[in-house]
Design a protein around this ligand. Structure first.
Ligand SMILES: [Ca+2]
Ligand SMILES: [Ca+2]
Length: 227
């Protein structure tokens, strides 16, 4: 075997090992004792028109299943059936209580529609809870991107004091809540899982500011994982 060929083989092996190591590092084991949390997904919607939108801040669309979500034992969806309030109390379609009713279907009968502009919905978890994720479905009957998604946790129902922002993809501060560096994303039936680093709070507030199809704001369901 020529010296050159040996070099090529060696280089290939090294690259292969580095590649395998990188995959292992990305799939780093969760903290000891944490469990994969069961998430019930709705039926996907097939069809609709392709999305005609690009932004420098848009995450490439993923067609894969989401990686398992790990959390300490006992973490469940603590938002189910909890009271929802909003900057727009009388939705144009649906009722606010549908945001935590467990129904995540894409159909219009499962949709809550709020007015245009910056609007928020807020879930009262009834007591301070340690949070590990917030999972939101805005809309999944077709492809859309929702703008200025900001998610905050606080013990103050007015969100004036002790506010922790756990997601903000408003890069130009058009919602006026500060500049965020999270990504925009195309909605789908898997919802958006926002990991939260054991932040404690009683209230979760989610902002948005229209979408690629119209200026309105929508929710199908919000789940909050904590204990
Ligand atoms: Ca619902
Ligand atoms: Ca913006």
């Amino acid at each position: 075997m020529s010296a050159k060929r040996v070099k090529v083989i060696t280089a290939t092996l090294v690259l292969g090992l580095v590649g395998a190591w990188t995959v292992l590092a990305e799939d780093a084991a969760p903290p000891e004792g944490w469990e994969a949390i069961d998430i019930e997904l709705p039926e996907p919607f097939f069809g609709g028109t392709p999305i005609d939108y690009w932004g420098p801040n848009l995450e490439p669309e993923s067609y894969k299943d989401r990686d398992p979500f790990y959390a300490p034992p006992g973490v469940t969806n603590v938002a189910i059936e909890k009271k929802v309030t909003s900057s727009f109390e009388d939705p144009m379609v649906g009722e606010l209580e549908q945001i935590t009713d467990g129904d995540k279907n894409y159909a219009k009968s499962s949709l809550v529609e709020l007015a245009s502009g910056v609007q928020w919905v807020q879930i009262d978890l009834e007591k301070e809870i340690e949070l590990y994720a917030i999972l939101v479905w805005h809309f999944h009957e077709g492809k859309r991107v929702y703008f200025d998604i900001v998610v905050q946790v606080a013990n103050d129902p007015e969100f004036k004091e002790g506010v922790t922002t756990v997601y903000n993809n408003d890069h130009n501060n058009s919602a006026g809540l500060g500049v965020g560096e999270d990504k925009e994303y195309v909605e789908n039936y898997q919802g958006r899982l926002i990991k939260v680093d054991a932040v404690k709070g009683r209230y979760v507030r989610l902002y948005s500011n229209g979408n690629t199809a119209n200026e309105l704001n929508h929710y199908v369901e919000v789940e909050v994982y904590g204990k």
